[in-house]
Design a protein around this ligand. Sequence first.
Ligand code: P6P
Length: 336
Amino acid sequence: MNVNRKVLTLDEFTIQQLRDIPNATGELSSLLRDIGLAAKRVNVEVNKAGLVDILGDAGSVNVQGEDVKKLDVFANDQFTGVLKHGISCAGIASEELDDYIAFDDTESKKSKYVCLFDPLDGSGNIDVNVSIGTIFGVYRRVSSRGSIATKDDFLQKGTQQVAAGYIVYGSSTMLVYATRRGVNGFTLDPSIGEFTLSHPGIKCPPKGKIYSVNHGNFFQYGEEVKKYINICQKKNKSDGGPYTQRYIGSMVADVHRNLIKGGIFMYPGTIDKPKGKLRLLYECNPFAFIVEVAGGKATDGKRRILDIQPTELHQRTPLFIGSKDMMEELEKELEG
Ligand code: P6P
């Protein structure tokens, strides 16, 4: 008789992790569970997005007489709310907010961590039913516990992350998070309303056959990047190809696919945007942490993403991320 392995919920998994770490306080586990709760609430609204004509577009009042918010504003409020009312987070920074928020209540000021997130990345794809996502990174604060969080807590290198993850609202809703102990994926089971462990111990295949880049910008890329893209196009069976080009235009979906199947995602700098489009703190750092823990690599074309010292909350960086061997082939080209 086939017995399915015990299905672990996110809560059970984080508590089990807690049991394995002798001096853990449970604050990180609690923070991750808070994020899982907000993700479930966002998932409900994302799944209704197609009904906007019925439920009312942002700025309108719905049939219940409630103000309808833009989904990314709604998502921002959900993640900010659970973290503010939890016991683990002293403050947040968000793609949706100009500046960080330091929570000023006593419990929050005693908390160990700060969290940076993009609450709903790719939200422009919502009305055409393309997968979108939430991205987050968690840091131990550098300011003293008991005091209010400071800007330095948020401007830490990506190497300082204690955890990072994302939620992809797609054909199924998955929460993937990494600590230095590993990367694990949880799929939302609507029948019980819980994220359940579906992808334990995710590893990024060292080789892949997928390259992801916006070809519309091709003639704006540097010569070395163009040369590497041409190499991808010329791959054949004898040298690990043929490659296929896959680009959804939603970072969470593109990087998630390449993490699982193997591949490389590129958002290079262009003539118009030399720093690229993607944000270092709450898009590139979390994914760089996750992909490195899974065995892959992430650079800005010159430096390891996680080594970049941030100077501004919303600074952008070019991003090359994915399978180790593919990244090393790219790096040879970028070295010129
Ligand atoms: P482009 C979505 O707007 C986003 O921020 C990322 O999710 C995605 O990877 C990128 O922009 C797509 O940008 O310029 O190729 O449309």
